[in-house]
Ligand binder design. Structure first.
Ligand SMILES: [Cu+2]
Length: 238
């Protein structure tokens, strides 16, 4: 084994070093973070998660290897650097479509931003497990077994805001065609069903079903509590 006696870092630290070394470390960190961010943006959500986990693992491995030895032989040095660099290399190849071939629409950089609920969204709410209710201007919620449904002008599919006000209890809203009569309603064919959410929570539910599939009278109920039900009527969009 050879030993070097004149390594630059082992000499006395000059003022120049004191400034340059932290700056260089900072620069490398900025580059590294920028590189990681870019790779994540060009990957799918799953790919980004795997890549982030691999990179974190690689860095941890490198750091622990470096910290546990005074000196590294060539193989160890190779492993330490490789563990840090390999995830970046793989991520880079995926991001540039050299391997994998990700549909650009699935890349994180093209993920749609969170949608904003339109102000004219039809709203239905639940504050207990007996019946739905309609929020009023006073901040309360009026129990109801009817729902006048005025579609939002912004949507061409069946869409509504479900406000689950009941803490710790799951509810959703299912819309079906109406069997039976308005006085004695029964569920017909399912049209759309919003996610089951546990309150307090809201879901702005935008279905794939075109608005013209919603009949003038329809049935609605909660998939968890079938006794929560009612008859909706479709009002013309204003
Ligand atoms: Cu329910």
């Amino acid at each position: 084994m050879t030993t070097t006696t004149d390594r630059p870092n082992s000499g006395p630290r000059t003022a120049k070093h004191a400034l340059l070394v932290p700056l260089a470390v900072l620069g490398v960190m900025v580059l590294f973070i920028g590189l990681i961010a870019t790779l994540l943006l060009f990957n799918t959500k799953t790919g980004a998660l795997v890549l982030a986990a691999l990179a974190a693992g690689g860095v941890l491995f490198s750091v622990s290897l470096l910290a546990s030895r005074d000196r590294l032989d060539r193989g160890q040095r190779f492993a330490a650097v490789g563990a840090g660099v390999l995830p970046l290399l793989v991520g880079g190849l995926i991001a540039t479509s050299l391997i994998g071939g990700i549909d650009p629409a699935d890349q994180m950089r093209n993920v749609q931003p969170l949608t904003v609920v339109p102000e004219d969204a039809p709203v239905i709410a639940a504050e207990n497990s007996n019946e739905f209710c309609l929020p009023d201007d006073a901040g309360g919620c009026e129990p109801t077994d009817t729902w006048e449904f005025t579609p939002s002008e912004a949507e061409e599919t069946i869409a509504y805001l479900f406000d689950n006000l009941e803490a710790g209890v799951p509810h959703n809203v299912v819309l079906t065609t109406l069997d039976g009569s308005a006085d004695s309603p029964a569920p017909g064919d399912e049209l759309v069903a919003s996610e089951v959410i546990t309150g307090p929570a809201q879901e702005w539910f935008v279905s794939e079903a075109p608005l013209d599939e919603l009949p003038e009278e329809f049935y609605f109920f909660c998939a968890i509590h079938s006794n929560m039900d009612g008859v909706g009527t479709l009002a013309a969009a204003e």
